[in-house]
Structure formats: C-alpha cells, structure tokens
Write a protein that binds this ligand. Sequence first.
Ligand SMILES: O=C[C@H](O)COP(=O)(O)O
Length: 253
Amino acid sequence: MTPGVKPLVAGNWKMNGTGAALGEVRAIVEGLSASGSAVADAMLCVPATLIGRAADAAGGAVLEIGGQDCHAKESGAHTGDVSAEMLRDAGASAVIVGHSERRTDHGETDATVRDKAAAAWRAGVTAIICVGETREQRENGEAERVTSAQLDGSIPDDMTAGNTVIAYEPVWAIGTGLVPSNDDIAAIHALIRDRMEARFGGEGRKVRILYGGSVKSGNAAEIFAIDNVDGGLIGGASLKAADFLAICDAVPD
Ligand SMILES: O=C[C@H](O)COP(=O)(O)O
C-alpha cells in the first residue's frame, strides 16, 4: 500500500456475463454495504452490454461500474466501437485501456492506448491504464525496460491521480495461477512509482498502482501488503460475488 492513498479493488469481467450475472452485482453491493467498511474503493468493469444494468443494480453507492475499452473518438463511422462518452452515458465512471488482451488481440500500441486514455479523460471517466511484460520478456530480463516503455508511451502528459489508475499486469500471470514473487512485484511497483513521480511529481506520488494477474482470496492480503500496491485488478476471481468480496476484505485497514 501507499500511505495516504485509498486502495481500489477493480474486477474485470472480460467477455463474460449476460443479464443472468446481474445477481452477482447485487450480491457484491449487498456484501459491501453489509461490511460497512470503506477501506477501499470497489469497481466492476463489465462488458459494454451490461454497463447500464450493472450501474442500475449498483445504485452508485458502494460499487463503481467501469468499461473495458473505448474508442479514441467521441463519435463517428466506427462500426462496433463504443466511445468513452457512451460508456459514461451508460453509467461507467472508469474504463480499462491497454489491457494486454487488447494489445495482443487488437494490435493496440502504446500510442493507441495513450489516445484512449485521453478520450477517457475527455469524457470525464477514469482511465485504468495497463502495462506489463510477457513471459519471454521476463525471462530475458526485460520486465523493467518493457514496463517503463509502456508507461512512458501510454500515458498522456496531463495525467492526475484523480483521472488515472495504473495496473501492472504481467501477461504471464493473467489467468494462469502464476504470480510473481513478492519481491518481484515490489520491484516493478517501485519502478512504476519512481517513474510516475519523476514525470508527474505529486500526482505521480499519489496515483494508484494496482497489481493484476491471478489474484485470489488466498493471496490477496499478501499482495496488497506490498509497498506501492494500491489494490488489484481482478479477472477470474471477480466473476463470483463471494470471491470478489473476499478479495475486498483482504485490503489491510
Ligand atoms: O484484468 C485482469 C487481469 O487480466 C487478471 O486476470 P486474472 O485475475 O484472471 O488472472
């Protein structure tokens, strides 16, 4: 954790969930409301088709709703795309940009991600900007270089701690059950913090840096206790309310 920074536990449902899954959203809201604790902010980034209904179910109090991607433009001839303004209109307060699955499946570059982050800010939603190395890059000792380059290239100049969240997600840890050692997580998060501070000063000191990649209820407390880990971006374990709530509970007081 970072002193003075409110942690965030954000779920990423990826391409999972239809209307039948709204019961999980309601259960998460009930669980968070019952715990009465506001130690951390909680968010679910759901498929675009669910944002409106999930936002209605969440009711705006204890659980924020986010999207998983946006187009850089506000509107226009871009069949199948969704703008950040549309996400906000539907009830999203944040959007993930630059997830490695987007970088891989859709060829998104750092420049693409930077434009999408700027679009999120234009629309008044928080950009959750993802970075992280592949297994091959980690094995070649390139994790620091790759992560630094992605950070430099993916974040526009007018970043603030209010409009942005950084998520470090080593690609090889996503959905695999593999997690870097605590020392390795600490090293990359310290690198990200240093780089953010060097470029953005006080805003970089306060921006939230999440860890993502095989976070479960069993390892969350240990990971969240690491310096400069200000919460998590949770994939598979955010799909079920009980799992997600247990991870929220793992945030230290
Ligand atoms: O955005 C979330 C990450 O890709 C982590 O996914 P995971 O928790 O299923 O490993």
